[in-house]
Design a protein around this ligand. Structure first.
Ligand SMILES: NC(=O)c1ccc[n+]([C@@H]2O[C@H](COP(=O)([O-])OP(=O)(O)OC[C@H]3O[C@@H](n4cnc5c(N)ncnc54)[C@H](OP(=O)(O)O)[C@@H]3O)[C@@H](O)[C@H]2O)c1
Length: 295
């Protein structure tokens, strides 16, 4: 069997068109313009690219976008003061602090300072807790994107054996939480694996849906999956440079071998990646609607 490709690029395009339409209607009918503020501390090149993509997408979809690029010498107190200002600014509905932060700034304190109503990344403990109890406001963007990939590709989630490799707070734990809720498009049996898991292949071979967020190339090989599995590869690993000097990216799954056994699989790049920013836009629009009493 050669797997069907689940294209994040295509699905993200559909969702972006829906968001753009919603933003136009919000403006026309309610005079509401969703506003997203990004904060980047320092000049890490990868973070600059991510923030640039977020700003560009906001503008393309008609959101109001405010970019705060501040020097690496910024103190925690100054950063907290900026967040406080944005928390109080009615034009801003979503605040995104690009991670990682420089070592002298306490990441937890910063994330806790964002008003949960403007926490469009979904990392504030209030939003983590709401997701855990099955009443989410803002679902973290990458797991939300994974969920949409599954739903929009017609993958049956209810009753499925889902195995998640990785237990990070930004991918593994939230996607496990989303899929085990007693809701439509969830209600799966979820197993979460990590480096303490005794026999990883024992679990991955049972999976109807395998979600891999380990950050290790070829963490999953063909002998570790069953025929007909649906594979979502979250990993982004830079394994060198092409002749033209571009980064060569691979996921966590041995794509060429696993695609011969899988029913469906996401590519890297072009799988989960394009969904993450799209879901940030969705959360920002939701935040604006909630602030205006429309959701
Ligand atoms: N496309 C996107 O938008 C997007 C977004 C976020 C992340 N990513 C990518 O997804 C990957 C994971 O990101 P993350 O932030 O979740 O990573 P992370 O915080 O480094 O967590 C990795 C998780 O994988 C587990 N793990 C690592 N190697 C393993 C192995 N051989 N067997 C079993 N478990 C293993 C670790 O276990 P322990 O807990 O025991 O250490 C940990 O829980 C990275 O490549 C990252 O770049 C992509």
């Amino acid at each position: 069997m050669t797997a069907q490709l689940i294209s994040g690029t295509e699905i993200a395009k559909q969702i972006r068109a829906e968001i753009k339409q919603e933003v136009t209607e919000l403006k026309q009918k309610h005079n509401v313009v969703p506003g997203l503020a990004t904060i980047l501390v320092g000049e890490d090149p990868a973070s600059q690219v991510y923030v640039g993509q977020k700003e560009k997408t906001s503008v393309e979809l008609g959101l109001y976008s405010e970019r705060h690029d501040i020097p690496v010498s910024t103190t925690e107190k100054e950063l907290l003061a900026l967040i406080d200002k944005l928390n109080k600014n009615p034009k801003i509905h979503g605040i995104l602090v690009q991670l990682p932060l420089p070592k002298h700034i306490n990441e937890t304190r910063v994330l806790y300072a964002i008003d949960p109503r403007k926490d469009v990344d979904g990392f504030h403990p209030v939003n983590v807790g709401k997701l855990m109890i099955g009443e989410p406001d803002y679902i973290p963007c990458t797991p939300h994107g994974i969920w949409q990939l599954l739903i929009r590709s017609g993958v049956k989630i209810e009753g499925a054996e889902v195995v998640v490799v990785g237990r990070s707070n930004i991918v593994g734990k939230p996607i496990a939480n989303i899929l085990l809720q007693k809701h439509k498009n969830a209600n799966a049996t979820v197993t979460v694996c990590h480096t303490g898991t005794r026999d990883l292949a024992f679990h991955t071979k049972r999976a109807d849906i395998l979600i891999v967020a380990a950050g290790k190339p070829k963490a999953i090989t063909a002998d570790m999956v069953k025929e007909g599995v649906v594979v979502i590869d979250v990993g982004v690993n830079r394994i060198g440079k092409s002749e033209s000097g571009k980064d060569i990216l691979v996921g966590d799954v041995d794509f060429n071998a696993v695609k011969e056994k899988a029913k469906a699989i996401t590519p890297v790049p072009g799988g989960v990646g394009p969904m993450t920013i799209t879901m940030l836009m969705l959360n920002s629009v939701r935040a604006a609607k909630r602030a205006a009493g429309l959701a």
